[in-house]
Write a protein of this length. Structure first.
Length: 166
């Protein structure tokens, strides 16, 4: 019972665009629709897990929609916080603009697609030795006409490739 895919399906099915639409529908109705989706897929998930040869006690399972389970999660989190094991930090996270929430790695991978993207490699000769060229890659080739320089870091190490022309 993973929250984001469930909400995504409900939002798409009922054309829900934001919190205002959920409020119009009523939070109880929204939650009931989410519960129905979770329970609809629960048997399918049990069948898949069984076919994979895994044993899981589905008769005494836990789902995030169960208040007793979430209360136990919050209880453990509080214990960790009080013992000083919770800290504030920063991490780059995939983010859903549609759901207005960070995504788990699972969620982010759900709709992964390879797409064609324009990539252009350009070479620029050094002013003091035109036989040596810097090579740069860009995925925004439409900006090339306005590029005036390539920047380099004097503290970085660069590789010189001999015998190749780009």
């Amino acid at each position: 019972c993973h929250g984001v895919p469930v909400k995504y399906e409900i939002n798409r099915t009922f054309d829900i665009k934001g919190p205002e639409d959920v409020a119009k529908m009523g939070i109880a109705t929204y939650n009931n629709l989410c519960r129905r989706i979770v329970m609809r897929y629960a048997q399918e998930w049990e069948d898949v897990v069984d076919r994979m040869g895994r044993w899981i006690d589905f008769r005494r399972d836990y789902k995030r929609m169960y208040p007793w389970f979430m209360e136990s999660v919050w209880f453990v989190f509080k214990q960790l916080y009080e013992k000083g094991f919770v800290y504030q930090g920063f991490k780059v996270m995939p983010y859903s603009m549609g759901c207005c929430t960070p995504l788990s790695n699972f969620d982010a991978g759900q709709n992964y697609k390879d797409t064609d993207d324009p990539v252009v490699w350009v070479s620029s000769p050094l002013t003091d030795d035109p036989t040596v060229k810097l090579v740069a890659c860009t995925t925004t080739p439409w900006t090339l006409p306005s590029n005036l320089a390539l920047c380099v870091n004097p503290n970085s190490i660069y590789v010189k490739i001999l015998g190749l022309f780009i």
